[in-house]
Design a protein around this ligand. Structure first.
Ligand code: 5GP
Length: 267
């Protein structure tokens, strides 16, 4: 029997009751899903890497004044977080066209956008998380105008910070997804950053080779997802030991050849 109370189980994470009121434990799984869970699989070690990457990013965001749910990492797969009421929106920030915007509007993947775009998707698995306008958000009262203002200004600051953080390690931040929650203090609440920031919810392209270092490797059957996630962690300086060596060259061709199987025998 489990000694902890499970509060919620999502596709990539489990939330357990925390040690104190108002806290939760966020457990990172290796499970990966795509296309509204039509495609399922596992990426070995993903939970461990995402826990570390998300800890790192949330800690650095806190340093620039972004309020977040993160309290501290507990172990390889778990972190202690503040309990929030999740606002039912996926906030997507885009710098470069890729994925659904390319499909929807016929813009070639890799085309830089004239300016950063923020999009909102209504969080509802049964509906496939549809794109919504700010008018829908106001009309159905998913959040207030004041909360929308806080969310959009935090999203822009987070994007500015993360573009620089990734550019410094030769990674192009193409787009990413954020989630926010309400933290209550008596009758008042404020919006803070929640969920996670990891290669599961970001598009990260190597600046020199264009190699994808994110979940698109899984979504698009490219192979090498474990290596790609580890590479992001390594460049951020989060892997202990030999992996942090500056001379290491990232080579996904090894992973790709494993995916394809051995080369054909010469006649
Ligand atoms: P797109 O709308 O192009 O599919 O996704 C835009 C960005 O948001 C990508 O970086 C993608 O990883 C992220 N994203 C959108 N929806 C989800 C989601 O439901 N889960 C995760 N992990 N990321 C998402």
């Amino acid at each position: 029997m489990s000694r902890r109370t499970k509060i919620y189980e999502g596709k990539a994470k489990i939330l357990y009751e925390g040690p104190e009121p108002g806290t939760l434990i966020q457990y990172f799984k290796d499970d990966a899903t795509a296309f509204n869970a039509e495609k399922k699989g596992t990426i070995n070690g993903k939970g461990v890497i995402n826990n570390r990457i998300s800890e790192h990013v949330f800690t650095r965001l806190a340093h620039i004044g972004i309020p977040t749910h993160f309290i501290r990492r507990l172990n390889m797969r778990e972190q202690l977080i503040r309990q929030v009421d999740i606002i039912p929106l996926e906030v997507v920030v885009r710098n470069v066209a890729a994925g659904s915007i390319s499909k929807r509007l016929g813009i070639e993947e890799g085309e830089p956008l004239p300016h950063t775009l923020i999009e909102y998707y209504y969080k509802d698995d049964a509906l496939g998380d549809p794109l919504v306008a700010e008018e829908h958000i106001a009309c159905f009262n998913w959040c207030t105008n004041e909360e929308m203002h806080d969310i959009s200004s935090m999203a822009i600051r987070i994007n500015d910070f993360m573009c620089g953080m990734f550019a410094a390690i030769d990674i192009r931040l193409v787009d990413f997804k954020l989630e926010f929650g309400r933290l209550y203090d008596g009758d008042y609440s404020r919006v803070i950053l929640a969920d996670e920031i990891s290669p599961d919810g970001c598009r990260l392209w190597d600046m020199n080779t264009g190699e994808k270092l994110d979940k698109d490797r899984f979504r698009r059957d490219l192979g090498g997802e474990e290596e790609a996630y580890r590479e992001v962690a390594r460049r951020l300086g989060l892997l202990n030991g030999e992996d942090n060596g500056p001379g290491e060259v990232f080579d996904l061709s090894h992973a790709r050849s494993r995916l394809r199987g051995p080369p054909p025998l010469k006649k």
